[in-house]
Write a protein of this length. Structure first.
Length: 188
């Protein structure tokens, strides 16, 4: 997994990649692994994508700030999805949709992740906001991603099996998974 995945923050702000926020950054979530699509809002021309902090293994929370860290040989595909608002980092796997909230105190990171998941359900899955709120309350999983950086990160996850069947972000996840399968098949 990669602990740090992000783009340049908005407002011409200069930030260390160590500080996770709405632009991504050092979120340290084990969910950021092979097979996961990460959606980030673009804040500056060119996005200035950043990737790093390779982890072979990390528990939820990265409690002491050190996972089993290593250099990574990573192959990834970047795609620009126009016309889709992404206020906070969103992740998609074959089985889940997820949002990541980063802030201090920890309760604020939790609230951000939960609220963004509710908003995503309303905007892309056709649920009324209150119905989305209730579904998140009843069915979400909420792992703590990191508690060692200047901002903490919490992930709100929801299994796709509980959702109306929808294609989000223009089907990007399915396209990326197919590209990954083709790449692996080519390498034999």
């Amino acid at each position: 997994m990669h602990g740090t995945v992000g783009v340049a923050p908005g407002g011409f702000e200069a930030r260390s990649s160590l500080v996770p926020d709405a632009h991504g950054g050092n979120m340290d979530t084990p969910e950021m692994r092979a097979g996961t699509s990460c959606y980030l809002g673009v804040n500056v021309e060119g996005a200035s994508f950043s990737l790093g902090d390779g982890h072979c293994r990390q528990g939820e929370g990265e409690t002491c700030g050190v996972a089993v860290e290593a250099a990574m040989d990573t192959v990834l595909v970047l795609d620009l999805v126009k016309g889709v608002a992404t206020p906070w980092p969103r992740l998609e796997t074959d089985s889940h949709i997820m949002t990541a909230g980063s802030a201090r105190p920890l309760e604020d990171a939790f609230r951000i992740a939960q609220a963004d998941l509710v908003q995503w359900l309303a905007s892309d899955f056709g649920l009324d906001a209150l119905d989305g709120y209730q579904l998140v309350t009843q069915a979400s999983e909420t792992p703590v991603a990191n508690v060692c950086d200047p901002n903490y990160t919490v992930v709100a996850k929801l299994r796709k099996q509980y959702l109306p069947e929808r294609t989000v972000y223009g089907g990007t996840h399915a396209r990326m998974r197919e590209l990954g399968r083709a790449y692996l098949a080519e390498r034999g």
